[in-house]
Design a protein around this ligand. Structure first.
Ligand code: SAH
Length: 341
């Protein structure tokens, strides 16, 4: 079976060339075609001998995921992709004045089952392969005619539940001869799979880590996020603290504001006590309401009061700017709407 060429890191491609008796610098040439010149037809790799091109073409495909649907709102594009096995995934692009960012999916569905999340309602079907995540970037860059400057792994799926493929994806897009997304421009968001957070901390990757906390105590978090029954807040807090020591990189705490659920001043106070004197900052996320779920977004006034309480207690805090709520940008919504047809 031919493999997808976008699934290989540069060292893996070097190994391939050595295994067929060729010089390893050919990997660099191939990377230049794929990621700098963006020529996705092996026959056109003109600085590579014909016999080697033919060998490459028999060992690899360059099949791309395809755009099934595209929606746009001011400064936002949302894509629904069809995979080779007819599964669907989503990615969202946001244009800022300082560059463009993409939110990629990491899995087909998700097994974490967060109560308020649309993706959590749709069980995981399979992991995404690294190339299927790389191609979300490549296909969108081609479609929009631009280069994306930052990547957040916050779409459908739990990235640390697809750990090896995610690390491979990050390695490929971070390569200095490839797509060249700097590690500091890559953010991985997790619901808190603690053992994998420790593995991640040991890697020499300077990426940003975001933790979806969404509640300051176990009772509330258990009711929103089943993962908390496996890794509770004390365990997660210890992992955060160890991660900070090991990496010296600040962690983002994500907190989605759900009306009358987790948005009281008491919750803000509790959250502030939990992270006192730690190198974290809190990102308050206005909830994207979905068609199916009973949760509602907190009012602006409540979000501001929560924000003020955190600030008064010495926590760094931002409120997420909203993008694309008109186009069902809450992760999983577009895919969900496909399935119900
Ligand atoms: N599984 C990972 C990454 C995907 S979810 C994680 O849990 O972090 C990305 C973020 O979006 C998480 O913080 C998640 O809780 C949040 N989220 C899910 N549904 C949402 C919605 N409807 N509105 C706002 N944020 C949502």
């Amino acid at each position: 079976m031919p493999r997808n060429l976008f699934n290989l890191t540069r060292p893996e491609l070097e190994e391939y060339f050595l295994s067929i008796g060729e010089k390893k610098f050919k990997a660099l040439q191939v990377y230049e075609w794929l990621y700098q010149k963006r020529v996705w037809n092996i026959a056109e790799f003109s600085n590579i001998k014909k016999e080697i091109r033919e060998k490459l073409a028999s060992d690899f495909t360059l099949d791309l995921i395809t755009i099934e649907k595209k929606e746009s709102d001011v400064g936002t594009y949302k894509y629904l992709f069809r995979l080779a096995d007819n599964n669907f995934i989503e990615a969202v692009v946001m244009l800022h004045n300082y560059g463009s960012s993409i939110c990629v999916s990491s899995e087909v569905g998700c097994n974490m089952g967060c109560r308020f999340c649309e993706s959590g309602r749709q069980k995981k079907i399979r992991n995404l392969e690294a190339y299927e995540i790389v191609e979300q970037i490549l296909v969108i860059e081609k479609d929009l005619g631009l280069r994306l400057s930052s990547v957040v792994i916050m779409g459908i799926g739990e990235p640390l539940d697809n750990y090896d493929n995610i690390i491979k994806f990050i390695t490929i897009i971070n390569d200095s001869k490839g797509i060249q997304i700097g590690a500091r421009h890559i953010t991985l968001s997790t619901c808190g799979l603690v053992p994998k957070m420790y593995e991640l901390a040991k890697l020499p990757l300077q990426i940003n880590l975001a933790i979806s906390l969404h509640a300051p105590n176990d009772t509330l978090r258990n009711s929103l996020m089943p993962v908390n029954k496996v890794y509770n807040i004390a365990t997660l807090k210890q992992a955060i603290s160890d991660y900070l020591k090991l990496t010296s990189r600040r962690i983002t705490i994500e907190y989605v504001m759900l009306n009358n659920v987790n948005d009281s001043i008491e919750c803000a106070q509790e959250l502030a006590n939990l992270f006192k004197n730690m190198n974290i900052y809190v990102n308050l996320i206005p909830y994207n309401e979905t068609n199916h779920l009973e949760y509602q977004r907190s009012s602006k006034a409540k979000i501001m009061a929560f924000y003020d309480t955190l600030k008064k207690n010495g926590l760094n805090c931002t409120i997420r700017k909203e993008f694309g709520s008109k186009i069902n940008a809450a992760c999983g919504q577009l895919r969900g709407s496909m399935k119900n047809k």
